[in-house]
Write a protein that binds this ligand. Structure first.
Ligand code: INI
Length: 186
């Protein structure tokens, strides 16, 4: 038997897309900084004009999944990191936005086979959000660690296991045009 594990050292060819919700940007900008700090200290070139990390801004967390899916389908990225902050105290939107974002991000990963990291803070107050975005710790760092690990693990699996898309219709190309019903097997 074999043990497969992601590493944090073979970062040279890895590419990341980071999708950032502008809503609550006091928080999400801090998450970006935490992410960049982690990636940089693991040897990734985080310069937006470089070749390893692209940054894509969207209005709010609700718009994150559609862009994450598009990035994952592009075959350009080894992992996509989704950053947002949904704060319960601010709006009754909370339950709708947070559950749709979670489902959408999970679907983007399942549909494409590309790791899509759930870096959406779902908290009760701005205080809690800020505590998780730099005041106590910065979860942006943790999301980047997950991206590094999953990117490296999936590369290993791809080169050691059979191609998951061969022999069925769920290729990235067909997913671009498939309807939700088709994807869920209805
Ligand atoms: N978007 C967030 O990212 N966080 C929130 O807390 C939030 N609240 O509270 O409403 C929020 N709303 C905007 C939403 O994500 C969409 O951008 C908007 O509904 C347009 O589709």
């Amino acid at each position: 038997m074999t043990v497969f594990e992601g590493t944090f050292t073979q970062i040279e060819p890895l590419r990341f897309g980071i999708v950032i919700g502008r809503f609550n940007d006091l928080v999400t900008n801090k998450l970006v900084e935490g992410c960049q700090d982690c990636l940089k200290r693991h040897g990734v070139d985080v310069n937006p004009h470089g070749s390893q990390v692209d940054y894509i801004y969207v209005p709010g967390s609700f718009e994150v999944p559609i862009v994450a899916r598009q990035l994952a389908l592009s075959s350009r990225y080894d992992a996509v990191i989704c950053l947002g902050a949904v704060i319960r105290g601010q709006t009754p939107h909370f339950d709708y936005v947070s559950s749709e974002v979670a489902k959408g991000i999970a679907a983007a990963a399942f549909q494409t086979g590309v790791p899509v990291i759930f870096g959406i803070l779902t908290v009760d107050s701005m205080q809690q959000a800020l505590e998780r975005a730099g005041i106590k710790s910065n979860h942006g760092w943790d999301y980047a660690m997950s991206a590094l690990e999953m990117a490296s693990l999936m590369r290993q699996l791809r080169s050691n296991l059979a191609e998951p898309f061969s022999g069925n219709s769920l290729s990235p190309a067909s997913l671009k045009s498939a309807s939700v019903g088709e994807l869920s097997g209805e």
